[in-house]
Design a binder for this molecule. Sequence first.
Ligand code: FES
Length: 103
Amino acid sequence: MTDKRKISVTVNGTTYEEIVDVRLTLADFLRRQLGLTGTHLGCEHGVCGACIVLADGRSVRSCLMLAPQAGGMSIVTVEGIAPSETELHPLQEAFRDNHGLQC
Ligand code: FES
């Protein structure tokens, strides 16, 4: 039997009320449950940094954080840093220009 929790979390300015498995990582929650696949997974044990997001303004490795721990927090993913729908953030431009799509 899997234990579940209801969380309220704001991601890129939108607040979500979601039921999550207590063992679901924040990375898998963002990718699978919210469809925000800009957060990538590499090593899945805190080494590569491909999964970094901002949680209440601080960078965290979302493969090491559980989704229930994000309850009440404001998360910003790479999708949320663009200044508008038609403009890229300088970080996004750098990823594009340097073929860093895996990061
Ligand atoms: Fe490598 Fe999270 S996937 S640090």
